[in-house]
Ligand binder design. Structure first.
Ligand code: FE2
Ligand code: FE2
Length: 377
């Protein structure tokens, strides 16, 4: 058991420091590292209070910036006189070295078992999170790259670090990380699966970035991928006072006109109903290729936020453009205009984004294409 006084001190003085750090060094991160480290510690003859302290302090050095944070964490530990209440100076030195060694790389191995445990616990090999972080990093650091450029960068980084022979080194081969790494490698080998995860992430970032840049505030709710309205309703119930929508993407018979339709999620609309309402002749569902081309998204995540893709049409086939220069025409259920808050997927069905009606109308203005209200019974 962790010494209660040590724990109280860490909770009061150390953990709160992480609240000011970036998301890779958040309070959630340090709590995960503490949990992982204590779990690993059970397999070795180590002092769990020392492991606890090393895990709790391991990223405190971020206060002076990320670059040398491991070294600064060691310095903070050596300088913290409070630790003498629970540890000898020798133990404090071991804790400091463990923190310094948590960023160990293949050419510089941790000096002892404490460092090995902290370095291993610091690795969070959750395949989906790793892919998300990789795409986010590219998106933020290399804004000049387009979707294909970001895809290339993502694949290169994942191969270099996580594929067989990559530079990531696991210090404790029997840890959970080994199993998770095997899972990640399987995804990396499956280009189609990897591309799907990449597209989700990329598309979501693009939507949120667009909203932020245009001063549109939003709430975002995370959930597992939702493919049907029935699945979705069980999650949407937690979102207060808000209208949720079904979104369809259709093409005309000739295949040169595209229509996006959004209506209140409890309503039903069949193709004949739509043909009747839209007066655009015979309609059919657009293929995944058309969804990607026109809205930049994949089946299951159709959303009006995909209209962001319909803003720069410099490379589009002129035969597909309406007179106003856009490729998509948008129909929306007039009932949505009675709701103060509306939710859509950020072109990724693992989240729902809520914005106000006023902001949604502003979004449509920014898009600039043609939309029409539809009476849906
Ligand atoms: Fe760190
Ligand atoms: Fe860390």
């Amino acid at each position: 058991m962790i010494n209660p006084e040590l724990e109280a001190y860490v909770e009061k003085e150390i953990i709160p420091r992480y609240r000011h750090f970036d998301s890779a060094h958040s309070e959630e991160h340090v709590r995960t590292v503490i949990k992982n480290a204590l779990e690993l510690a059970k397999r070795y003859d180590v002092d769990e209070n020392m492991i606890y302290a090393a895990a709790a302090y391991h990223d405190t050095g971020v206060v002076e910036g990320r670059e040398f944070h491991h070294i600064v964490s060691g310095r903070i530990i050596r300088a913290d006189k409070e630790l003498l209440r629970w540890f000898t100076p020798e133990q404090i030195e071991t804790i400091a070295q463990a923190a310094e060694d948590h960023r160990a790389s293949s050419d510089r191995k941790p000096r002892g078992i404490y460092g090995l445990i902290i370095a291993e616990a610091d690795r969070d090999i959750d395949p989906v999170k790793i892919i998300r972080r990789t795409v986010q990093y590219g998106f933020n650091r290399h804004p000049e790259l387009d979707r294909e450029g970001q895809w290339q960068r993502t694949v290169e980084h994942l191969m270099e670090k996580y594929a067989e022979g990559g530079y990531l080194k696991l210090w404790i081969p029997e840890s959970d990380n080994a199993a998770k790494l095997a899972e990640l490698r399987e995804i990396i080998r499956d280009t189609e699966k990897l591309r799907e995860l990449f597209d989700r992430e990329y598309q979501r970032l693009r939507v949120l970035d667009f909203l932020q840049k245009n001063g549109i505030s939003y709430e975002i709710y995370e959930h597992p991928p939702l493919f049907t309205i029935e699945e979705a309703l069980s999650y949407w119930g937690q979102i207060p006072e808000c209208t949720h929508c079904k979104n369809l993407f259709m093409r005309n018979h000739k295949g040169n006109r595209h229509y996006l339709i959004s209506f209140e999620c409890h309503k039903q609309m069949d193709i004949h109903g739509l043909e009747h309402a839209l007066h655009q002749g015979k309609l059919s569902f657009a293929s995944p290729e058309r969804m990607m081309r026109c809205l930049g998204l994949r089946p299951g995540s159709v959303s009006p936020f995909g209209l962001i893709e319909d803003m720069d049409l410099s490379g589009a086939d002129p035969k597909e453009l309406f007179e106003n220069g856009h490729r998509v025409k948008f129909y929306l259920d007039s009932e949505l205009m009675k709701s103060e808050r509306i939710s859509f997927h950020p072109c990724d069905n693992t989240a729902s984004v809520v914005i106000t009606k006023a902001d949604f109308l502003r979004f449509l203005q920014l898009w600039g294409g043609e939309y029409e209200l539809l009476e849906v019974s």
